[in-house]
Ligand binder design. Sequence first.
Ligand SMILES: Nc1nc(=O)c2c([nH]1)NC[C@@H]1CN(c3ccc(C(=O)N[C@@H](CCC(=O)O)C(=O)O)cc3)C=[N+]21
Ligand SMILES: [Mg+2]
Length: 297
Amino acid sequence: MAAEIIDGKAFAAGLRSRVAAGVAALKEAHGLVPGLAVVLVGEDPASQVYVRNKGRQTLECGMQSFEHRLPADAAETEILDIVARLNADPQVHGILVQLPLPAHVDAGKVINAIDPAKDVDGFHISNAGLLATGQKAMVPCTPLGCLMMLRDRLGSLSGKHAVVIGRSNIVGKPMAALLLRESCTVTIVHSRTVGIEALCRQADILVAAVGRPEMVTADWVKPGATVIDVGINRIDAGEGRTRLVGDVAFASVSAVAGALSPVPGGVGPMTIACLLANTLTACARVHGLPEPEGLAV
Ligand SMILES: Nc1nc(=O)c2c([nH]1)NC[C@@H]1CN(c3ccc(C(=O)N[C@@H](CCC(=O)O)C(=O)O)cc3)C=[N+]21
Ligand SMILES: [Mg+2]
């Protein structure tokens, strides 16, 4: 039987409309308008597209959008100065510094300079530590979006074996921490794992976040498993064109999995919707107001 396709695009649209309702309520009751600031260093075309999409969706939800663009050769101190100003700006509730940063900039230093309360990416060591110890944190957007889709599809995740492919600070590690918090049995596998295919085949929940185009094929997947594809890989499609594919070989895996999130139209749109949700949550928290339901975990 063919896998059910998890429609991240539709799910994200629903989440954005709940964010918009929360923003409108905050405005109505308290005269507050949540604001998201994005800092982009350099001219990477893919990054420009994401930043434009984030800005547009931020405005569509009724929030304020601020953009700071710097040339690729901007000094680290210039970036740190902007972060310091955004930290101090009461109109800004969320700060996102687009990654990757140019090689001459210490990305860790910049990320850890963001006020943790405004760290809507959840990348600050303080938020990573809070999440790892099961405390209330700003949760990274991609794993948060994956968790929302998994809960929607499966209900309780308790006791399920989740295998996360990839160990990045942005997806793999926070995803594993969230799944542990849901009482899954969690295995992390990565490029050096021996017997990776057999381990993945044990998964009730398989999250692929390695950045290797179409690496996960049908023989990696237990029949009926729920598969979340986090990969965003632009590959050569011939004749000077490119094609966006995930880490999962979609046609092959959809014949075996119980449910599968596609690329595009899966995790990507959820990531941006969760960024908006985190910005609204950050605004409510900083003003000591009750958080809108169903946006955080
Ligand atoms: N500080 C920081 N935070 C991030 O969250 C962050 C970042 N830096 N740097 C870049 C990556 C990448 N990222 C994506 C978000 C949405 C889509 C997305 O919506 N993708 C669409 C397709 C878009 C297309 O066609 O290119 C989809 O999957 O359907 C993709 C990629 C966030 N990132
Ligand atoms: Mg094989």
